[in-house]
Ligand binder design. Structure first.
Ligand code: GFB
Length: 322
């Protein structure tokens, strides 16, 4: 299939978040009109507000990147927020998209939808084949419901809507708050602050042995636009880099980029989460898409952004709504 974005009105839901803002940047090179609205304009948790707003702006296509997101500790600490808010956001937007006859919708999930002990690299059809990782099952259940809702609209109403499952993402616009962030921005902040303070060590959570796959948000946005233009199918599509790295090695790489030379200690009282979640990249590669940003360069780019923006501001807001 081929969906021409020229002249289309595309709503990027979640345009202030890391992924949404990357999608907005990427869509700037297409001949389309990007629509966005902050929480002050439309509260995505409010079904009527979402319906009214969509009736007013009439998007042709939607990239559904709005979500309550956070790292392992936030997921584990606020199960209601991660389950309820994500269910509401996706149900409100997907249902309103149907009522207003939206041509294309791309729903974003997460690699945590897969079973904790899924085969590696994880193929798309591993979904619902085993128990989830307990630290993020609330978020995962909400995202699985979103995938199923998209499939349900395809089946019952013939909607040409799709889902993508990004791996662990990082990049400009990430959340650098140590209590609620993902590992990569947390390591950047820890290494940076330790360097400034002249500290002799930083401490990472868990054993450092879990492996994670990382993809820069700009690469992710590029893949998402390709899917919006060229993919139609019931099955969601993994969006990853195809490579993973142990957390301890990632910490060494971040310290190297940041210029912190002290020791890296482990705090085994903090959770490890799933041991590994490298996704199979076969489906996306078969469509001709490959990532461009190598991990070390991407960390450097993200650190530059942190120095310009986040290093100077108070990151005390506890949970991040992207
Ligand atoms: O990125 P992260 O929070 O999320 O943690 P998940 C990845 C790994 O890094 C875990 C370790 O093994 C953490 O214990 N880690 C080490 C740290 N030091 C730190 C640190 O300072 N901060 C953090 N945050 N981690 C999330 C899910 O899982 O991944 C979400 O909870 C979502 O639902 C997201 O799917 C992509 O990769 O474990």
């Amino acid at each position: 299939m081929s969906y021409d974005l020229s002249g289309k009105r595309i709503w990027v839901a979640g345009h202030r978040g890391m992924v949404g803002s990357a999608v907005v940047r990427r869509l700037a090179s297409e001949n389309c009109q990007v629509i966005s609205a902050g929480r002050d304009v439309v509260d995505l948790l409010d079904q009527h507000a979402v319906r009214d707003w969509m009736a007013e702006v009439k998007p042709d296509a939607i990239v559904l990147a709005a979500a309550k997101v956070g790292g392992i500790l936030a997921n584990d600490t606020y199960p209601v927020d991660f389950l309820y808010e994500n269910l509401m956001i996706e149900a409100n937007i997907i249902n309103a998209a149907h009522l207003h006859d939206v041509e294309r919708l791309l729903f974003l999930g997460s690699s945590c939808i897969y079973p904790k002990l899924a085969p590696q690299p994880i193929p798309e059809d591993s979904l619902l084949t085993g128990p989830l990782e307990p630290t993020n099952e609330w978020y995962a259940i909400a995202k699985i419901a979103g995938i199923k809702l998209v499939q349900a609209y395809r089946k019952q109403h013939g909607r040409d809507w799709i889902s993508a499952m990004p791996t662990n993402l990082y990049g400009p616009g990430d959340n650098f708050d140590l209590n609620s962030s993902h590992v990569l921005p947390a390591l950047i902040r820890k290494a940076h602050e330790a360097k400034l303070a002249g500290a002799d060590h930083i401490t990472i959570w868990g054993t450092g042995t879990p492996r994670r796959e990382f993809l820069h948000a700009d690469d992710c946005a590029d893949a998402l636009v390709s899917l919006l233009q060229g993919y139609s199918g019931d099955m969601h599509v993994n969006v990853g880099s195809g490579e993973d790295i142990p957390i301890f090695d990632l910490a060494q790489l971040v310290c190297n980029v940041v210029g912190f030379k002290g020791e890296i200690r482990r705090d085994a009282t903090k959770p490890d989460g799933t041991p590994r979640k490298l996704m199979s990249a076969d489906k996306l590669r078969a469509m001709g898409w490959v990532p461009r940003i190598k991990l070390k360069a991407g960390i450097g780019h993200t650190y530059d952004h942190f120095l310009k923006v986040d290093g100077k501001v108070d990151c005390s807001e506890n949970l991040h709504w992207s």
